[in-house]
Structures are given as C-alpha cells and as structure tokens.
Design a protein around this ligand. Structure first.
Ligand SMILES: [Cu+2]
Length: 214
C-alpha cells in the first residue's frame, strides 16, 4: 500500500529477475508508477544471487528515499568461497538534503545545470564528525582484534561514485552485486551508485579508534 504523496516504484539492485521484468521497477519502462493510495505487489525472482543485494524506490528522485538491504547467505551446508567471517556489518552509503528531494531534478531541468549536491553524505544514516549538525552522530562498529569482518556495502547516493576506506586497514573485495568475485585487496574501494560490494576487513591493527570514510 503506497501512502506517500508522490508516485513510486521499487527497484531491486543486483536481482537478475529472469523473465520477470514486470517486477523490476524503473517507472514507465517496465511498469507504470504506483499512485498514492494504491496497492501493488512485487513478486521478485531470486535465482543465482548470493551475497548483498538491495532495493530502493525508483521514480525520479524518490530513489533517495525508502531503501533496504537483502542478504543472501550460502545454502545450508554450503560455505562462503572465503573463510567464514567472525561477523558482518551492513554499511549503507547515503546522502541527505535539506530540500524536498523530488524538487531537485525539476530545478536542474529549469537551469540546465547539474542537480545540486547533497548537504551531507551519510554512513548508515549518520553524517559523521565533519558536518556542522545540531546533534552529534557517527556510525561506529566495534571489532575484536584478530577477527575478520564481512562489510556489506551499498552505494545509495544519486549521482556520485564514492571511495570508501578505513584508516590504516586494507580491504579485500570478495563480491559485487550479489555475486562472489576473485578476492582483490586494496587500500580502498570505489563504488558506483546502485552497486553493492562484499568486502572483508581484518582487524589486524593495534586496538584503537579508526575512521571509516566515504
Ligand atoms: Cu537504483
């Protein structure tokens, strides 16, 4: 049941949806947007996806609104193609505007310029220490020295590719868009809008506070 003021669709990032385009989501391409006050049921088809996938609204800049992560674990009795992590940490890279997001593309179309940049980038909804906010808020995750963590990272922002890193730590990419990959070790990852990445973090540095940044 759609209760908001704007029309909406939902898109499933990383879900292949074979022979199921009706439930894919881009408005006016595979479906008409859902009208306020009306109902629509999505039947999504999960087939070979494994790892991190996600969904969000997909009509205009409603993309910046409702969203969620879908985690597909290995089947019972199966294993990750890497050693089982001690724990996992979902990380959604998002952004925040002080304006009504649905009006941003309209203004950009009038001027012919680029859409305005957001007022803040966020990690799990928190803007972090670098913005002049009225309340402090930074996403923190405790880790145990010597353990390995699986970070499930999603780029929810509208237009910007993001670099993500954790100070003094290396990251090992092991999956993208619901598919495992050959492990790749790096000081940082670059993640594009709509993408999801599974990344291993080894807590192998002296216990301390370390920034994660995007
Ligand atoms: Cu999207």
């Amino acid at each position: 049941m759609h209760m908001a003021r704007f029309t909406i669709t939902l898109l499933w990032h990383g879900v292949r949806q074979p022979r199921n385009p009706w439930a894919d989501g881009p408005e006016y391409i595979t479906q008409c947007p859902i009208q306020p006050g009306k109902k629509y049921t999505y039947r999504i088809k999960l087939t070979k996806e494994e790892g991190t996938i996600w969904w969000h609204a997909h009509s205009g800049w409603a993309r910046a609104t409702v969203h969620g992560m879908i985690i597909v674990y290995p089947r019972h009795g199966a294993h990750y193609p890497f050693s089982t992590p001690h724990a996992e940490v979902p990380i959604i890279l998002g952004e925040w505007w002080k304006k009504v997001v649905m009006e941003i593309p309209r203004n950009a179309n009038i001027t012919g310029g680029e859409p305005i940049l957001s007022d803040a980038y966020t990690i799990n909804g928190q803007p972090g220490d670098l913005y002049p906010c009225s309340k402090q808020g930074t996403f923190k995750t405790p880790v145990n020295y010597g353990k390995t963590y699986l970070l499930r990272i999603v780029n929810l922002v509208m237009d910007e590719n993001l670099f993500f890193a954790i100070s003094h730590h290396k990251l090992t990419l092991v999956g993208t868009d619901g598919c495992y990959t050959k492990p790749f070790k790096s000081d940082y990852i670059m993640i594009t809008p709509g993408q999801s990445m599974d990344v291993l973090l080894e807590a192998n540095q002296p216990p301390n506070l370390y920034y994660m940044a995007a």
